[in-house]
Design a protein around this ligand. Structure first.
Ligand code: UFG
Length: 333
């Protein structure tokens, strides 16, 4: 049985679908602070899902899962992930992302569960010294969110040496798109990400889409990111789990498409996919945005055999289908 923490959230739920489609039984552990019960209900319709509402900050919550179920491995997503909020309230990030993960790891050791796939981030690299960014790029995060994820990476290395806990640390770049059938999708409150913000602005809610700065040193002055499709990313988690089973050794992989797209290019692609003009306004830079981030993901290709199959257009198409259905989904408790 596979335990997926944070599976009522965006990337966790897509990963749960991938495991379910491949015949695994899944335990969803989520405190529903950012995750949604509607997502859990959607997952239950797809496969063999057990749901435990609990919080990693309470060690008894997570211990009850290991008491009740025979867990083979953990895929760990549960975390707060807003950069701006982490600057204002770092305690929240260290308590949940670091201390909560430590509770999880300690219980794994106690119950002799020795495999974990961890959701890390390219934010652990900080301001890039070179692009594309490979796994050997120095890790110097520039905000508490990145720091909290890097702390866990250190913890995982040390728990391997001391307790034989094997981990795969996956450093994601920017994630986009949704389940092609719109059974689950991206539902953040507040929404801060680029693709959903562009799409939401077309629904007549009065919120014009804003580009944060067009004076960066890039092709068109807007920031460049590497947008990897969430279903492709989900597949990488299953391949990482398989790698742990086959090799019983820890490792780290970047996950990205190796292609950089500027904010303007993403915006243009949205207009193309929706076949309409979208209102836009250029505003000030958002603090803390590096000009250019994209991955060298060749290691994941070579070692995990992972290759992203979906394009940015595919991600925008599936995200739009999801946005059109989101109000229905919300009402479907
Ligand atoms: N952007 C806009 N307007 C918006 C939203 C975003 O112009 O309404 C721009 C941002 O300034 C940035 C780009 O679009 O240049 C992408 O922004 P996102 O907020 O979608 O994503 P980030 O690159 O800021 O953050 C993502 C993850 C974080 C992770 C980070 C690592 O969401 O969790 O990558 O760099 F930490």
């Amino acid at each position: 049985m596979i335990l997926i923490t944070g599976a009522a959230g965006y990337i966790g739920s897509h990963t749960a679908i991938n495991f379910l489609n491949n015949g695994y039984e899944v335990v969803v552990f989520d405190n529903l602070e950012n995750g949604h019960i509607q997502t859990v209900n959607a997952l239950k319709k797809i496969g063999n899902v057990h749901f435990v509402q609990g919080d990693l900050r309470n060690i008894s919550d997570i211990e009850s899962v290991f008491e009740k179920y025979k867990i083979d491995a953990v895929i760990h997503f549960a975390a707060f992930a807003l950069v701006g909020e982490s600057v204002e309230n770092p305690a929240k990030y260290y308590r949940n992302n670091v201390f909560g993960t430590m509770n999880l790891l300690d219980i794994m050791v106690k119950y002799d569960v020795k495999k974990i796939v961890f959701s890390s981030t390219c934010a652990t690299y900080g301001e890039p010294k070179y692009t594309p960014i490979d796994e050997n790029h120095p890790q110097n995060p520039i905000n508490p969110y990145g720091n909290s994820k890097l702390c866990v990476e250190y913890m995982l290395k040390d728990y391997d040496v001391a307790y034989g806990l094997k981990s795969i640390r996956l450093r994601y770049f920017n994630v986009a798109g949704c389940d092609e059938e719109a059974r689950v999708g991206e539902w953040h409150e507040p929404e801060t990400h680029l693709v959903p913000n562009i799409l939401k602005s077309t629904f007549g809610n009065g919120k014009k889409f804003k580009i944060f700065g067009n004076d960066y040193d890039t092709v068109d002055g807007t920031c460049i990111r590497d947008y990897v499709n969430v279903e492709d990313l989900a597949e990488a988690h299953r391949l990482a789990y398989k790698y742990l089973c086959d090799n019983n050794e820890s490792n780290v992989f970047n996950l990205g498409t190796e292609q950089g797209d500027s904010v303007k290019q993403v915006f243009d692609t949205c207009e193309k996919v929706l076949n309409r003009k979208i209102d836009v306004e250029i505003v000030e830079r958002r603090p803390g945005d590096p000009a250019k981030l994209y991955a060298n993901a060749s290691k994941a290709k070579q070692i995990l055999g992972w290759s992203p199959k979906r394009t940015l257009e595919n991600s925008i198409q599936s995200a739009y289908k999801w946005e059109c259905n989101l109000d229905n989904f919300k009402n479907n408790v």
